[in-house]
Design a protein around this ligand. Structure first.
Ligand code: FAD
Ligand code: SIN
Length: 538
């Protein structure tokens, strides 16, 4: 393969992109591009683990039921059964590839794995590597990729646009809805290059950065949703933004997650005086599904005016707590909070995008040659609310299926000739000096989304958000058309488009369900709204 041409182009180096690449490399050559350092991804920060049926006391039916219950009537049951039933084989892949999961001290399930518990799960089924599961997985996948001669990985390469028939306007025989690769900005040399492939897999992760407060790292700017939307793909269920109930509330740690696994281990949510409150909201108390816990905390904070609530794990044996949660313990200790003795101040923040690029059961989008895997995809698994630790599982299972599907189609697929793809045209653009405006716009989008499109919504708030986001979108698009592109500009453009997709979807859904709660339609309405919200610019 030449530098940038291969059978498969993978955009993103989190769990979804790396797994797709490893599986696809059995069929052909793979190029992975990623916008920052290779490990920088949501995956790398995942704490709790991966849900999987391994224990004798567990069953596929139980995991399916828990997932459907959390999803509040909107899951695609077939997708749910796929991830649940294929999960054990994909966990075995990770074990075979050398991921060092936490073990039991005695024989138990097939691989003697320690299984944790999280909200909404009726039994212990969370496979984990202490409290830094994502890092253990990411490191191991990357080392496998580095040793694989069929895969090339380019760091600091930013996907700008998918190349579709639209770019090849004058080429006879190309269909509008076919993907041929992507235009990619090498952020070091600043060149913009067409990267050709027979199949493209978008694995760009989520969009937590659309909100002012989030657990997500800076890469999560919604690039994949925006690119796919511009290319004409269907985008579904973007109103279902999951707010994680327990992010550390501390000036020195802007986005540090306190894993739900801590509640699975026994931590309870309480006021500053140690009194618990979740009993007033759900029989599962602190282990209720996330939408319910986040709304309860939001309600408690609004009622009391307090800036946070607390987690209490003081009654657990300190040595055990330190053993199971070394990362959280160390991080909090560094900020002056000893979690074995002190209450932990927490608030909810934006965590996960349940909707995304609509794909079928093989991870294929409605653009020929385009797959989407991981958080950027909407497979139907999560419905209106994702069950804890089902995200890494979904990424594992669907990246495998997508790679197998693309691999089986490879032989019959021709690559587009290099000369058919026009060079990137930035004639007429200039180096703009007003970069500070970009960070102002970014903060404005994040504040609008936090204030008006958060845990509790209303018609008035959503229309206010839509007016502001639409205006910002216009200004940013004008700026983009006049300006030589840079990473902050591209991210801002994608962020505003993703924000708009969230607001439009939220405004469409005239009911409350799962993560979407609006005071104007506080009830669930199965008659009209037991269906996906789908947006497309076609
Ligand atoms: P990511 O891991 O986010 O990877 C996206 C990749 O795409 C990155 O490499 C990024 O740089 C790249 N990229 C993005 N845009 C571009 C572009 N334009 N060009 C090139 N590259 C691009 N889920 C669970 O199931 N269990 C957990 O315990 C858990 N804990 C979590 C804890 C935290 C703090 C967070 C933030 C999330 C957690 N989640 C958890 C959710 C889960 O980690 C993510 O949903 C999952 O890792 C997403 O994987 P991904 O491969 O789809 O995307
Ligand atoms: C956590 O560890 O609480 C995050 C789990 C998840 O997002 O699934």
């Amino acid at each position: 393969m030449d530098n940038y041409t291969s059978d498969f182009l993978v955009i993103g180096s989190g769990i979804a992109g790396l797994c797709f690449a490893i599986h696809a490399s059995r069929f052909g050559t793979v190029t992975i591009i990623t916008k920052k350092e290779d490990s920088e991804s949501n995956t790398n920060y995942a704490q709790g683990g991966i849900a999987c049926v391994l224990d004798r006391g567990d069953s596929f039916e139980l995991h399916v039921r828990d997932t459907l219950t959390a999803g509040d009537g909107l899951c695609d049951e077939e997708s749910v059964r796929i991830i649940v039933e294929e999960g054990p084989a994909r966990i075995k892949d990770l074990i075979d590839w050398g991921v060092d999961f936490s073990h039991l001290s005695r024989a138990g399930n097939p691989y003697n794995l320690h299984l944790g518990r999280e909200g909404g799960h009726s039994v212990n089924r969370i496979v984990h590597a202490r409290d830094l599961t994502g890092r253990a997985v990411e490191e191991q996948l990357l080392s496998l990729i580095r040793a694989n001669r069929s895969i090339r990985l380019f760091e600091h390469h930013f996907a700008v646009e998918l190349i579709t028939g639209h770019h090849l306007g004058n080429l006879r025989g190309t269909r509008e809805n076919t993907c041929f690769g992507a235009y990619v900005l090498d952020t070091i040399s600043r060149a913009i290059l067409p990267v050709r492939a027979k199949f493209t897999c978008l694995a760009t992760g989520g969009a937590g950065r659309v909100y002012l407060h989030t657990t997500n790292p800076s890469i999560a700017t919604g690039d994949g949703y925006a690119m796919a939307y511009r290319a004409g793909a269907q985008i579904a269920n973007m109103e279902f933004i999951q707010f994680h109930p327990t992010t550390l509330f501390h000036d020195g740690a802007p986005s540090f997650l306190i894993s739900e696994a801590l509640r699975g281990y026994g931590a309870v949510l309480c006021y500053a005086d140690g009194r618990e409150f979740m009993g007033d909201y759900h029989p599962l108390k602190s282990l209720a599904p996330r939408d319910i816990v986040a709304r309860a905390i939001d309600h408690e904070m609004k009622m009391s005016g307090a800036p946070c609530v607390f987690l209490d794990i003081r009654s657990a044996p300190p040595a055990e707590t330190k053993k199971h949660f070394p990362y959280i313990y160390r991080k909090c200790k560094g900020l002056g909070i000893d979690i074995t003795r002190d209450l932990i101040p927490v608030v909810p923040s934006a965590h996960y995008t349940c909707g995304g690029i609509r794909v079928d059961h093989e991870g294929h989008a409605d653009i020929d040659g385009l797959y989407a895997c991981g958080e950027v995809a909407c497979t139907g698994v999560h419905g209106a609310n994702r069950l804890a630790s089902n995200s890494l599982l979904e990424a594992l299972v669907f990246s495998f299926r997508a790679a197998a599907d693309a691999g089986s189609r490879l032989r019959n697929r021709a690559r587009i000739p290099r000369e058919s793809i026009p060079s990137w045209d930035d004639s007429g653009t200039i180096h703009n000096e007003e970069w500070i405006l970009l960070s102002h716009d970014m903060t404005e989008i994040q504040s609008v989304m936090w204030d008006y499109v958060g845990i509790v919504r209303s018609n008035v708030r959503l229309s206010r958000a839509l007016r502001r986001i639409t205006l910002l979108e216009k200004e940013i698009e004008n700026f983009y058309k006049r300006t030589k592109i840079t990473v902050p500009l591209l991210e801002l453009r994608n962020l505003v488009t993703t924000a708009k997709l969230i607001v439009l979807s939220a405004a469409k859904r005239k009911e409350s369900r799962g993560l979407h709660f609006t005071t104007d339609y506080p009830e669930q309405n199965d008659r009209y709204w037991k269906k996906d919200t789908v947006l497309s610019n076609k």
